[in-house]
Design a protein around this ligand. Sequence first.
Ligand code: ADP
Ligand code: MG
Length: 235
Amino acid sequence: MLKMEAVTKTYNHRRPAIDVLSDVSLEITQGDFVSIVGPSGSGKSTLLLMLGGMLSPSAGRVEIDGQSIYDLAPDQRAALRGRKIGFVFQTFSLVPYLSALENVQMPLLLAGFDEQDQKKRAVRLLERFGLGDRLEHKPCELSVGQQQRVALARMLANDPGVILADEPTGSLDPETSAQVVGFLDQMNQDGRTVVMVTHDPGVASRAKRTLKLYDGRISHGGTMNSISVQNETPM
Ligand SMILES: Nc1ncnc2c1ncn2[C@@H]1O[C@H](COP(=O)(O)OP(=O)(O)O)[C@@H](O)[C@H]1O
Ligand SMILES: [Mg+2]
């Protein structure tokens, strides 16, 4: 279970200070599949980073499975994040000089697996994403869609219960994008919670429900299939 209680975020290390979110509360139960939509600059990435334990709120609480994560010491919070959360970014954030295999091994190395187990598990994951014949390729030697699949494989390495995806299809063509959403859907069917930020109404509609951000606040929509994301008047 992910929970935000009266969360406010102001970026105030630059002038002018920017109030991004005000008094946002939400609950996402285990196994849910939620999309987050809203105009550019509305705070979607900020919200996702705070949910995942990567960015402290200015006020309010964020809980993962009942644990108030920003009350933890930074190293404890990092450990919790490593155990429970998988991130996917629009820009994949693969390490450019490592092979696909090494990129997927990285979180396993950090989690203390020995090298043989790292390799075995990383190969299995890459095969699952259809990249069994691209193990030694560097990111720049892969197509954009293949890079995103390496990022998905790496994200699954630690078997996270929660997946946070920020515009995971933002750099992909429609076909590749549909494939990535299909993978996220599969991960949700495996029982993982998926929270996905997206600009694309078609992609958003694949989630079980949609949250809309507008002007620093969140509105809780119903199931998305019947609602148009683009045309709905905010709040
Ligand atoms: N690290 C930061 N420092 C200062 N301002 C930021 C920072 N990150 C984002 N912002 C500002 O906060 C607002 C929300 O950004 P963001 O969460 O990235 O929105 P979105 O993902 O919906 O496009 C924007 O106005 C942006 O300029
Ligand atoms: Mg963003």
